[in-house]
Design a binder for this molecule. Structure first.
Ligand code: TRP
Length: 361
């Protein structure tokens, strides 16, 4: 999967553009907010941004139709309540713009079976159930490449777990450019750069510090949902798993004071997780927080953490609740975003069709 062509990799001919997406496959968690959405908000100051609710991706596994519609509105409400500005940025849901599915098909014909078979997320999700999962779950990374490249996006903020899919996106762009643009022509698709979110914002389950905080975990106590009320947030932090020791001091950190290295996460995953959440919520370096809280009992620290969480995400949850009671307003944002998204993606799709040799309508 090496790059065979480098002329497009400088991205000089493509204006900076951010694309990212969140799946409407469950409630929004604190992990989604700290790991992704908060970053989406900041990026608006640097580039044009397109933020998608990827409903086509969600149906790679079963979704109850009524729930899916609700969750699509909930993610949209989370985007808005967190500070994504629907005037400056484009917010829409994927299924409203048919270019995603169409380019996704083309990319299914560009990507090789060997590349797709190496996707670790598919292997994890399918597990022993390989014969029974949907074909869409296998093809999913080609659709993700289409999401990004339908806008010729140059930058994608992604978590650790999506790095391999972004590599595949780069490979698909490289092969398309090589196959359809000729050796010395500029590439049609950019070689998209990841914007990797730091390890400090890796938010783990409150019940098991070695597992990612996930909207699909069976236990609701494992996560803080953005729409949880104050009592629920306080309860979940109070009950969060800890270890019998007091909070660690600076000696527990590795050289790399920005993160935990692997040491503290490996030895005391729950302590590392709660400290990491505190640092992320207060936008402070981990070393700062560890230094301040060293030697405290968990009970006292959890009180501070609760207060901080309520101050930082309480208002977001309240605004989300308000928006979810105003479906018409949320739907209007999505309709307007879809129209603007289509205006960008349609001509890019037509250009790709043209290069492939499809006749025009
Ligand atoms: N695969 C991403 C996830 O599960 C969601 C996603 C779909 C996405 N299309 C994307 C993320 C394009 C970034 C860019 O989290």
């Amino acid at each position: 999967m090496s790059q065979t062509k480098t002329t497009a990799s400088a991205n000089t001919e493509f204006p900076n553009r951010v694309f990212s997406g969140v799946q409407p496959s469950g409630a929004m968690t604190l992990g989604n907010y700290l790991g992704a959405i908060r970053n989406f908000v900041r990026l608006q100051d640097e580039m044009d941004c397109i933020y998608c609710v990827v409903d086509l991706h969600a149906v790679t596994v079963w979704q109850d139709p009524a729930e899916l519609a609700n969750q699509t509105r909930e993610i949209t409400a989370a985007y808005l309540a967190s500070g994504i500005d629907p005037k400056r940025s484009i917010i829409f849901n994927q299924s409203m713009v048919s270019a995603h599915a169409e380019l996704g098909w083309l990319f299914s014909c560009v990507a090789r079976m060997g590349w797709m078979s190496r996707m670790t997320q598919f292997k994890d999700k399918a597990g022993k159930n390989r014969e029974q999962v949907s074909l869409g779950l296998f093809a999913y990374p080609a659709l993700m490449a289409a999401d990004i490249l339908a806008y010729q996006a140059t930058h994608v903020p992604v978590g650790d777990d999506q790095k391999q899919h972004l590599e595949l996106t780069r490979d698909i762009a490289t092969k398309f450019n090589y196959d359809f643009c000729g050796e010395d022509q500029p590439g049609y698709f950019p070689i998209t750069e990841p914007i990797i979110q730091g390890a400090a914002t890796r938010v783990m389950s409150l019940r098991d510090g070695t597992k990612k905080m996930s909207k699909s975990d069976a236990s609701d106590m494992s996560r803080i949902n953005l729409t949880d009320d104050a009592d629920a947030i306080a309860l979940k932090i109070r009950k969060a798993k800890t270890d019998p020791l007091e909070l660690p001091g600076l000696e527990a950190l590795s050289e790399d004071q920005q993160g935990f290295g692997d040491a503290l996460r490996a030895e005391r995953p729950e302590a590392a997780n709660l400290l990491g959440i505190y640092a992320a919520l207060s936008s402070r370096p981990i070393a700062d927080v560890v230094g301040e809280k060293a030697g405290q009992p968990f009970a006292a620290f959890k009180k501070d953490l609760t207060e901080l969480a309520l101050a930082e995400i309480g208002p977001i949850g309240a605004e989300m609740q308000r928006l979810m009671n105003d479906k018409a307003a949320v739907d209007a944002v999505l309709a307007d975003g879809a129209e603007r998204a289509r205006a960008i993606a349609e001509p890019i799709l037509r250009g790709a069709y043209d290069r492939v040799g499809f006749l025009k309508p």
